[in-house]
Ligand binder design. Sequence first.
Ligand SMILES: [Zn+2]
Length: 277
Amino acid sequence: MKVKVISVLEDNYMYLVIEEQTKEAIAIDPAVPHRLLEILKREGLKLTAILTTHHHWDHARGNEALVKEIPELRVYGGDDRIGGLTDKVVGDQELKFNSINVRCLFTPCHTSGHMCYFVWEDGCTDPPAVFTGDTLFIGGCGRFFEGTAEQMYHNLTKVLGTLPQDTKIFCGHEYTVKNLKFALLVEPENEKVKEMLTWAKARDDDDKPTVPSTLHEEFEYNPFLRLSEESVQKFTGKTDPIEVLRVLRKEKDNFKKPKERVLPHAMLALEWGLLRP
Ligand SMILES: [Zn+2]
């Protein structure tokens, strides 16, 4: 099973899951339709379905234009607010596209109708993949716009956290460096966080994506999946995992990059030798 990663907009990802034998493809969150159509044409692929993680503009905005272009296209999603929706799905519903299997995972919180999609191919030894939209990021998790810490806890630990450890994580945004800077603030002693941050910064410099990671890796450095670790509990001052998550998300909402720039008047003072650097 081939997954094509396509960077779009400022930091979004859209994806194509390709069945190589039939050259049929499924798109996840195709927010820039003309880019997708170009790729389909260039690679001789036939798009049969769209899986939409949630209704936000930067994930669902391409659906209607693609349906106009490919009238038989099916558009799946878990929220009536999704543009071009033809098939509303519910949690644990399974879809089949030839040898490609999809299990819809209902993960409300970022939005009340958010779906993740767990995908595997019959007779293929590749590990499965999960498309996590704005629920689970590499090194982080999505904002709680329409839900609660209780819901996100359920999503992360019971729904996503119980998938096979080798599942590849394909998330909705390239937020990895910023997420890991926060992870390092939470767990300054975590060597995995440091290693991953160094790697992610290098990828960023080369303008290369950091997706996918694996679920196993996320458990090592993503503080939102490490709610029972002593270091994470210490940072939040809580022990109940839902409370740990609630505080963690709140801290992340307020997390800003430490100021690196010196204020202009301080620069002048430095130049004039009035201040020591
Ligand atoms: Zn979103």
